[in-house]
Each structure stands twice: as structure tokens, then as C-alpha cells.
Design a protein around this ligand. Sequence first.
Ligand code: FES
Length: 567
Amino acid sequence: MELRSAQWYAGQDRNAYIHRAWMRRGTPDSAFQGRPQIAIANTASDLTPCNAHLTEVAGAVAKGVYEAGGIPLEIPVVSLGETNMRPTAMLWRNMAAMAAEEMFRANPVDGVVLLGGCDKTIPSLLMAAASVDLPAVVVPGGPMLTGTFRGVPLGCGTDVWRLSEEVRAGTLSQEQFTRSESAMIRSRGHCNTMGTASTMALVAEALGTVVPGIAGTPAPDSRLLEAAHGTGNLAVELVHQDRRPSTVLGNGSFHNAIVALAAIGGSTNAVVHLLAIAGRLGIDLTLDDFDRIGSHVPLLVDLQPAGRFLMEDFHRAGGLLAVLREVRDLLDPDALTVTGRPLVDHLDDAPIWDPEVIRTRAEPLIAEGGIAVLRGNLAPSGALIKPAAASPHLLKHRGRAVVFDSIEDFHARIDDPDLDVDADSVLVLRGCGPKGYPGMPEVSNMPLPKKLLEQGVRDMVRVCDGRMSGTAYGTVVLHVAPEAAAGGPLARVRTGDVIVLDVEARLIEVDVPAEELAQRTPNRDGFAAPRRGWERLYIDHVTQADTGADLDFLIGSSGSDVTRESH
Ligand code: FES
């Protein structure tokens, strides 16, 4: 098989000379003679601290590529750090995907190794790989080690919400709160809860895009480098076998990813990411598939935010393969992985080493742990709730809406002692969807009113068109579609309306007659005014959450065909 890169390097004409000569810099002739050129897409960045160690991982991949006869080419790609980027890293997931896709296609690249970690980095790289359809394999950067504070393990993210609410409730001092920062972020790596980063690493493995058994290896663990080396070997094989995303990934892969997502109690963010990746592949995945396939899958992993433990414990207990072995009968037996073998073939030797952390099928943490898809006159295109992270007593609830038009409006009023709110109220926040914010930030798990916290209230029903951090918990109805800024009914809700939530019936409604709702003027306060550049492009073209919040013109694949010569 002729390599794609041969279209740059083969031959004796002037153009081949130019392509080779500028790449040489000490490289032997053999580098340009039929050896697969493997791009190592590196999202290491000082501004993405969860991924800062990936340059070392890239070095291990490079050794593996070279050992297998390939040529490693480390390339920096757009990196999105979850905690710093404003208004939200999600605003640029599609931009990162588009940039990576275009760079892979424009260059003499035969295959790609994707190094990600922090929330958006694996999804954006998988979207890119799906659209360019070059042989691709992911090395997840791995979670950080468990830090302890005052003798207690701290879960990244999850304990930020808990500790900050303790400060607001007056049970933790500000000084102690600040002192916990270094304990929470103990080492290199991404968040150590079952947040979005951990979820997407594990889901990528269940999809078949990671060498089985690697995802979840802690970032400082030397086994990660060993795995990276082996993945470098595999990347060369992928090219020789012409094993591409379009030949590895099918409906069954997404089925397995959804089963895994439910069994690990993964982040709701995985829904928009999987929908977007499927869209790039032309796979007809819908929001309802998550409920149909996943909602009855038992939750087997006792990790924060739904449970107690952290990713280091999860890895010690056997990792994803041990979980999947328990639900093997629910998996698609034919869905392949990058190894060329079905995922289920990798489950024979995958014992649970600690049944406290990874439960057996006979003793699940929760009998049905998947994400539920709600519909009703408040969310005609759907909304999500993660029952495992919610309070059981609130899963069926009627309450009076207290509506906020923006996150600023929310912050300005939520702690007002005169705010007319009680424990049965439903907090409604709008203007937080893909177009409205823009970027669909993780604000749906609104902090509770201080006066209710002081009364001991720890959860309330909340409804929002934004997302929620995978490390958060609570009875939160999120990803409401269409969003308020796209004309969704959320824009017509008023404070005092009664909101009806019935998770078992998959219902989210506002108890207002249809005619009255239709006559109300949609609220437009608080929506971002579109500006220039990427933000303008994004607002004009982003799809709603129920279809993955991708840009409409990026859905699908352009393939890896080499375009016309540059000289
Ligand atoms: Fe990077 Fe959580 S902030 S993974």
C-alpha cells in the first residue's frame, strides 16, 4: 500500500525535494522511504495544567513509533484548559477539532496518536480524527493521584462544590478552604473524580479508540509511559492495516460507550461529545439512544461524585475492563477496537480486585445508573438528568419556578435574604445554551440559596439549558433543548410557574396552558450579543445540545484525500 505521505516525499522532482529537504535536519533517507509518518497530537500546555505532562508521554509514544518503523512527528494542537477559559472551554471544542482535522489533512501524515486529558481535549481530537479519517489511537493522559486534606481524600471538583458550600454555610473557615487547594491538586494529571476527563478517557476506551486497559492509568504511573510506548507501536500497525475510525467505529461502538458511561456513572457531558463524534462519522446516534441503551445499566463504580472513591482507587480495583466484564452481556460483541479485535475479547482476564470500588453485577451501587432523557413542553427536543447524582426524593417533584435570566442575574440575587424561595422551589436558569452564553458552560448545578443552606437544605431541583461539570451532583435537569436563546420554551417561563419533574415518566414540564405559553413574549435578557470572529461563527452555526452542539458545517467527514500541491 502506498502511504499518503508518499505524495509529498516520493519521487525526484523539485516538489519532493522541497518536502524532504526541509524535514531532514539530520533525518536519514529511510525516513522518507515508505515509513509511516505518525503525528503525535500533543495538547500539553501550561494553560491546560491537566495535560502539562503530555510532552513526556509524547516522548514515549515517539519511541514506540520509531521502534515499529514509523517516523514520529510531535505536533502541538489547540489545547483547552477547563478551569481557566472564559466564558467556557466548550466554546472552542469545535474550533480545536476543526484546527486539528485541517492540520492532519494538510500535512504529510499517515496516522495520528491523540494525547488528551482535560475535558474537551479527547472529544475534540476524536472529532477531528473521525472527520479526517486517518488511522488514529488515543492515549489518555490519566488522572492525578489522590490528595488528602485533614486526613480525608479530596475529589477534584466534587469537593470544591462541597467545601465551598460548607464555607457558605459557615462550617468551614475561609483559611482552611484556601489551604485545601494544593491537597486537591496533588500531582500531574486530570481531575481524579468520575468527572468529564475521566469519563471521556474511559468512554474513548469503550468506543474502541484506546488500547484496552490503558484508560484510567494515573498520570504519574510509569505504566502510562509503557502504555504510550506500546500505543506508538500500534499506530504504525494501524497505518499498515489501514485501520481507520471509519473501519473501527460503528453503531456497536457507541452502544458499548453508552453502556460503559452508565456503568461507571460518567459525566453528562459525554452525551454531547459522543453525539458530536458520531455525527462526524455519519453514525445515526440520538439522544434517546442514551436512555434506551444506558438507563437500565447498573452503576457499578463507587466513585465521586455519585459515590466515595477516586480514580486511583478505580485503577487499583481493576479499571474499566473489570467493569465491562460485569456487563459483558449488555455489550455489542462485534464492536471492534484499535487492536483489530472486539472489545469483548479483552475482558477475559479482567478481575475486580476491590469490590468496594468496583461492584459486582450482583451488588451494584445503583440498580439503574444511566442518564435519563426527559421531554415535555419545557424541553421538546430533550433534556438530561443523571439520577445517580440526584436526590431520590426529588426525582418526582412539583415546585414553583424561581427564574434567572443569566448567571449574573443568578449571582446577584440568589443570596438575597428577600428572595422568595424555599426548599420546594425549582431554580431555573436560562441563557446558558450553546448560542445563549455562548458555549454552553457548566453552570447548571447552581449553588443553593444561602438561607436554605443554613437551614440544612443540600439539594433542590434545578433546570437549565447549560451543562454541568461532571464532578458535580444534585437534582439538575440540564441540556434543555431547544435552549432559550434558540427560541425554546425555557424563554417563556416566569417566576411562580409550577415546574413538574417526573424522572420515571421522563417528563419535564411547566404547568402552564399551551395557549398561554405561546402568547408569552420570549425573554431575551441576558443572551450574549454575538461579536466577531470565532464567537460569531459559533453562534451562527452551532447546533443544539440534543445533536451534539457541533457546528452544522463540520458534521460529517471530509476524509484524508491529499489536496493540490502547494508549489
Ligand atoms: Fe482538567 Fe478537570 S480541570 S480535568
